[in-house]
Design a protein around this ligand. Structure first.
Ligand SMILES: [Mn+2]
Length: 332
């Protein structure tokens, strides 16, 4: 993969540009995609942002969300945009398979592909890009990209709100160790460009439905197992659980983080039963590497302290297998 600066000549004249991100997009995925969208439009490009699937309700307010296509609802328009594009940006994922439905179309596309991402071990399928696992978020990297293009002055409140959303959500509201001095400098700069940060906290954290709050209560009482001798905890949610309290897509977002607030717990896992697979999320504090853990045992990967995986075995078998691995590796 060549450096992203090598792609700058391609952006000198107006281009048709396709941007996408990972399936089940989170705040960083949508924030980076739409932050980059607003910037590229300001530069005179014709840009189509495409989410591989539905976006969670807590992001429905984000500037530019109505310009975005959802592949699951608009597959024809999405593929048309991809075919007509002269350039493809891929944000916040490291392997085409993370886009699920778009995997084949992206693999076949012959246009130059540009990656901006902070996950470990990107596949060697991009022509240009930035892959920096030490970065807090892809949104921080989009900010760096705008600065590399010497366009800091173009940042407006729309771009600022999008980028802030991803940095805030990927850093656990600026508390994870990836929150460097550069992250704080970036936020200060966004505030000089019109960011009203408390509005975004309200949109994301204080916009729960009553059902979602009650679902959280149920999960913590009924569905969380704590293994103090392994400094670990597990939340497992069956399809039946996901049907309770009228839970919406996105309502299980962030559940995996709760056990880490228990004193001594340094490794938390969420196992969710889906229609076609069992999905796993891992979070850790300190030096337990959940990216390797996910790669070794559950066909996954991600970041050192936050990763995901999946299995094709049944929900019950996955839980049993997870517990066996936990007792074998005995994390401290
Ligand atoms: Mn991210």
């Amino acid at each position: 993969m060549r450096s992203i600066q090598d792609a700058f000549p391609l952006l000198q004249s107006p281009k048709k540009i396709f941007i996408t991100t990972h399936h089940k997009p989170d705040g960083d995925a949508i924030g980076s995609m739409l932050g980059l969208y607003h910037y590229l439009v300001k530069k005179g490009h014709q840009v189509t942002p495409v989410s591989p699937g539905e976006i969670p309700e807590f992001l429905e307010w984000i500037p530019g969300v109505n310009m975005m296509l959802n592949y699951e609802e608009q597959p024809k328009e999405s593929i048309k945009a991809l075919k007509e594009a002269e350039l493809i940006f891929c944000l916040d994922f490291n392997d085409f398979s993370r886009t699920k439905h778009l995997e084949a179309a992206l693999a076949e596309a012959t246009q130059p592909k540009i990656l901006i991402d902070h996950h470990l071990f990107p596949k060697p399928v991009w022509d240009y890009g930035m892959s920096i696992p030490e970065k807090s978020s892809t949104c921080e990297m989009v900010y760096d990209f705008i600065n590399l293009c010497c366009d800091n002055a173009l940042i407006d409140s729309d771009i600022a709100e999008c980028l802030y959303t991803g940095v805030m959500t990927d850093t656990g509201s600026f508390r994870f160790p990836v929150t460097t001095a550069s992250v704080h400098s970036m936020i200060a700069n966004l505030m000089h460009h019109g960011l009203e940060h408390s509005k975004i906290h309200e949109h994301i954290y204080d916009s729960w439905s009553e059902n979602r709050m009650r679902f959280l209560g149920y999960v913590l009482i009924e569905k969380m197992e704590v293994f103090h001798k392994y400094n670990a905890a597990l939340i497992s949610l069956s399809k039946k659980d996901m049907g309770l309290f009228n839970v919406q897509s996105g309502d299980s977002e962030g559940l995996v983080n709760y056990p880490l607030s228990i004193s001594g717990i340094r490794f938390a896992t969420l196992i969710t039963e889906r229609n076609d697979e069992v999905k796993m999320s891992f979070r850790s504090k300190g030096d337990f590497d959940v990216s390797s853990f996910a790669r070794q045992h559950f066909d996954g990967g991600g970041h050192f302290n936050a990763s995901g995986g999946r299995t094709k075995t049944s929900f019950k078998e996955t839980i049993a297998n997870f517990k066996k691995i936990l007792s074998d590796i005995h994390p401290q």
